[in-house]
Design a protein around this ligand. Structure first.
Ligand code: ADP
Length: 399
């Protein structure tokens, strides 16, 4: 397409001459006298603009315009209709057919030149804009691809490191256990030292396992089994696991999962709720309450489980971001990594793992919280939806 190439279509030679005379000083002008000829000419070598007569024998201007607009190679050519008629109805019809403008006979030279120039400029701007958008889209795609590669290398690195760390950690844990079995006098400080090593190694093992879970979620190799699972057993495990922690932090942990059952992988589901409950404990001040409750959502064939706390809450702008791996709302400089310490942040993998597990089960997860306020403590509620199972169990207890 040349930017100054104009195709004029009119079955009356006098009109073609008049328009050519107006335009030929500034533009390269081609003339044709029928609808069929313009379709051939426009497809063979698309012009920058077409001046198209409405009334022509055979195929009229409206039909020519519609046909040009239905072909990808000619769709974007601006079409200005020309006619002796000056009725509003004809103008509306011309725009409906896809024309950009309308000029009437007898031609006013200045008007023809002005309209042609305006539409050629608009078309050129549109072409430039489209080129820019294409170029930017390509750059974005390349940047996105590079980011993807970086993310994959990061995931590979984490995976390898986690595997490398697991072996020496198992050795440390094993020796700590052996040392723990050595009889020592009650006054000896050795017992406390050995317990310290064992606890530290257990915490590191937990983090390494989280890293491996995350790597599996990233690689989409987390394939949950789909057992019929009574949530009562999940509730029991949570109460047993967190009994000592809630006692230490003077919290109340209630589990109310009456008669609910889901299709899920018991170990993966436990991992997900382990992270939700430990977060609820970590972000709730001493003396607060953590509740795990559930209800059936029969219309959607799902069970909804809610982990609610009376903690510091989460600002709405973080409700999506906290599920992204390594994301933490607090400042990393103030990071402390106690397992159950108030506001003791972890490596930022917990919620990403929870989301990965829930999605791998075909479920949904979201959080509701009024906002973050460490004085008022508005609390947070994490909602998990999972596919329901017809069978039901029961659990309702307090710790
Ligand atoms: P972390 O290892 O830092 O706990 P998570 O992925 O488990 O990472 O959580 C991400 C962030 O979400 C946390 O740093 C915390 O700011 C916020 N968060 C998670 N759970 C809660 C909660 N129950 N109450 C308040 N904030 C929470």
């Amino acid at each position: 397409m040349q930017s100054n190439d104009i195709l004029i279509v009119d079955d009356t030679p006098a009109n073609l001459h008049a328009l050519s005379a107006i335009l030929r000083d500034e533009y390269a002008v081609r003339c044709v006298t029928s609808g069929k000829a313009v379709l051939r000419a426009a497809q063979a070598d698309p012009p920058a603009l077409i001046l198209l007569d409405i009334r022509m024998p055979g195929m009229d201007g409206y039909e020519v315009c519609q046909r040009l607009k239905s072909e990808s190679s000619t769709r974007d050519i601006p079409i200005i209709f020309i006619s002796a008629l000056d009725s509003t109805e004809d103008k509306v019809k011309a725009f409906e057919a896809g024309g950009v403008d309308y000029i009437t006979k007898p031609f006013q030279e200045a008007e023809v030149l002005a309209r042609v120039k305006t539409h050629l400029t608009l078309r050129q701007l549109q072409v430039n804009l489209e080129r820019l958008v294409r170029q930017r889209t390509q750059e974005l795609e390349q940047a996105y691809e590079r980011l993807g590669q970086l993310d994959r290398s990061k995931a590979d690195f984490i995976n390898v490191m986690a595997h490398e760390l697991r072996t020496p950690l198992t050795v440390v844990k094993g020796y700590a256990q052996l040392l723990g079995n050595v009889p020592v006098s009650p006054q000896s400080e050795l017992r406390a030292l050995v317990d310290g090593i064992a606890n530290g190694a257990a915490r590191m093992h937990e983090i390494v396992n989280d890293m491996l879970d995350m790597a599996r979620i990233d690689a989409e190799t987390l394939l949950p089994s789909s057992d019929a699972l009574c949530l009562s057993s999940l509730g029991e495990r949570l109460l047993t696991e967190f009994g000592p922690a809630v006692q230490e932090r003077r919290l109340t942990l209630s589990v109310a999962l009456n008669g609910l059952a889901v299709h899920a992988d018991p170990d993966l589901l436990y991992k997900a709720f382990y992270h939700l409950v430990i977060n609820a404990i970590k972000y709730t001040p001493d003396g607060g309450r953590v509740t795990v409750s559930g209800r059936a959502v029969p219309d959607e064939g799902q069970v909804e489980i809610v982990v609610a706390d009376t903690g510091i809450g989460i600002a709405p702008e973080f409700h999506e971001l906290i599920f992204v791996k390594f994301y933490q709302t607090g400042q990393v400089a103030f990071h402390s990594s106690g397992r159950i310490k108030f506001k003791g942040g972890g490596p930022g993998l917990g919620l990403a793992i929870v989301r990965g597990v829930v999605l791998a089960h075909g479920g949904k997860i979201w959080v509701e919280s009024e906002g973050h306020d460490e004085q008022r403590c508005p609390g947070s509620r994490f909602y998990v939806r999972l596919p329901a199972d017809g069978q039901a169990g029961a659990a309702s207890r307090q710790s």
